[in-house]
Design a protein around this ligand. Structure first.
Ligand SMILES: Nc1ncnc2c1ncn2[C@@H]1O[C@H](COP(=O)(O)OP(=O)(O)OP(=O)(O)O)[C@@H](O)[C@H]1O
Length: 216
């Protein structure tokens, strides 16, 4: 799905070869400041690189319109964007961004999605008044509704306790498996990485390996 070759983001990343497989769940782990988020943001053109090539579905990523790419490769950041307005508006905003039809989405479907993430809220409630963990769960519901082929998750459970993390991740990855999505996830939690991923990439080691290969 993604292939990176000779990527340099100076002085943060040096990656000789890296593949993210289609319909697999890959976790990126590594020390704080090692470049995990930087790597993730290369994959939806939120970050630039100094040299090398990144391919998405066999196409040079730099030739793809970033807006178009971000409709297919949807990112959930550590502190998800919550917009002024109701819970309902915040759920539907992802679909609007993707230019997808919202007419077939009724309130019942939205409430079922909230329920899936244990969010017992009224659709008309002000989203900005939710707690940090509730906002993260609302953002999970929003990206499920968007239904893209690829998800990039950056520390998606940073505001959740262990029990809620298990519930949210359990629901999300059930959806991912059932719908054959590709997921690339940055996480501090080895436990989360081991439980849900098909592949784990330790970016600290990857960078060291590449450095030793490059510099002898
Ligand atoms: N826009 C930027 N401009 C310059 N330096 C940056 C930028 N973004 C990140 N960095 C630097 O790049 C390095 C890697 O940052 P990054 O956020 O990718 O690390 P990380 O592994 O995700 O860290 P953490 O686990 O602490 O979130 C850090 O030293 C950071 O200060």
């Amino acid at each position: 799905m993604f292939y990176l070759k000779n990527i340099e983001v100076n002085p943060i990343l040096h990656i000789e070869n890296l593949t993210f497989e289609k319909q697999k769940i890959t976790s990126i782990i590594g020390k704080s400041g090692s470049g995990k988020s930087t790597l993730l943001k290369l994959l939806n053109q939120l970050n630039n690189y100094d040299s090398g090539i990144i391919e998405y579905e066999g196409k040079d990523i730099s030739t793809i319109n970033p807006i178009q790419l971000r409709r297919e490769v949807v990112m959930l950041s550590q502190t998800p964007s919550i917009y002024e307005g109701s819970v309902k508006e915040n759920l539907l905003i992802g679909l609007k961004f993707s230019e997808k039809n919202t007419e077939s989405i009724n309130d019942q479907k939205l409430l079922a999605l909230l329920e899936l993430f244990d969010l017992h809220k009224n659709l008309e409630e002000n989203a900005e008044e939710l707690s940090g963990g509730e906002k993260q769960r609302l953002a999970f519901a929003r990206i499920i509704l968007m239904d893209p082929p690829v998800y990039l998750l950056d520390e998606p459970t940073s505001a959740l306790d262990d029990e809620t993390t298990d519930e949210v991740m359990g629901q999300f990855f059930q959806f991912v498996k059932r719908n054959q999505k590709t997921v690339i996830m940055v996480t501090h939690s080895i436990k989360v990485a081991e439980k849900y991923s098909d592949q784990i990439i330790d970016i600290t080691k990857l960078n060291e390996k590449e450095m030793s290969v490059t510099h002898g």
